[in-house]
Design a protein around this ligand. Structure first.
Ligand SMILES: CC[C@H](C(=O)O)C(=O)SCCNC(=O)CCNC(=O)[C@H](O)C(C)(C)COP(=O)(O)OP(=O)(O)OC[C@H]1O[C@@H](n2cnc3c(N)ncnc32)[C@H](O)[C@@H]1OP(=O)(O)O
Ligand SMILES: [Co+2]
Length: 134
């Protein structure tokens, strides 16, 4: 079951500049900055009531964020949903015809296990599923 929008991922060129912009916009400071080497990203997280904004800067040219920036520029990159049981959600979504990019959940930021659905199977919106790591 997808329970809520866990975060909205936004691709940015310079996370320091964007941290300042979003701190002003949201009137709150980021509560965390974290590099996820396996994804080639540095992130910062802002809490906005029950959801979060995740800013993402590429740490190398092969990063998905670098490719996204090249192709589409800065902007909304993905929507992440919280799930109670990521493995059963992966199985359900596969059965329902969605393309799961990593069938084995991987370590995400902010103490989550994550997977992604290919945008080609979700009306061109990159979807991430996140389960809190126990
Ligand atoms: C895990 C840490 C953190 C967290 O929250 O915990 C993160 O969120 S990390 C976020 C970065 N990691 C990822 O995005 C992993 C999943 N993404 C991928 O595997 C790729 O980026 C993929 C498959 C979505 C796209 O790969 P690539 O860019 O190499 O392929 P194409 O250029 O051929 O794109 C295929 C097709 O998809 C469109 N596209 C690409 N990215 C997006 C996007 N973010 N939203 C919507 N659509 C996207 C791209 O334009 C192509 O469409 P086409 O019509 O052919 O142009
Ligand atoms: Co994310």
């Amino acid at each position: 079951m997808l329970t809520n929008v866990e975060h909205i991922g936004i691709a940015v060129r310079d996370i320091q500049i964007s941290n300042e912009l979003f701190s002003k916009l949201l009137n709150v400071q980021p509560y965390k900055s974290e590099t996820v080497a396996s994804e080639g990203v540095t992130t910062s997280f802002f809490r906005v009531n029950q959801t979060k904004i995740e800013l993402l800067e590429a740490t190398n040219p092969d990063s998905p964020i670098a490719k996204f920036l090249e192709k589409k520029g800065e902007g909304v990159h993905h929507i992440a949903f919280e799930v109670d049981d990521i493995v059963s959600e992966i199985n359900r979504l596969k059965e329902d015809g969605f393309t799961v990019l990593n069938e084995i959940p991987k370590l995400g930021a902010d103490n989550k296990l994550v997977c992604f659905l290919h945008p080609k199977s979700t009306n061109s919106v990159l979807i991430e599923l996140c389960q809190e790591r126990k």
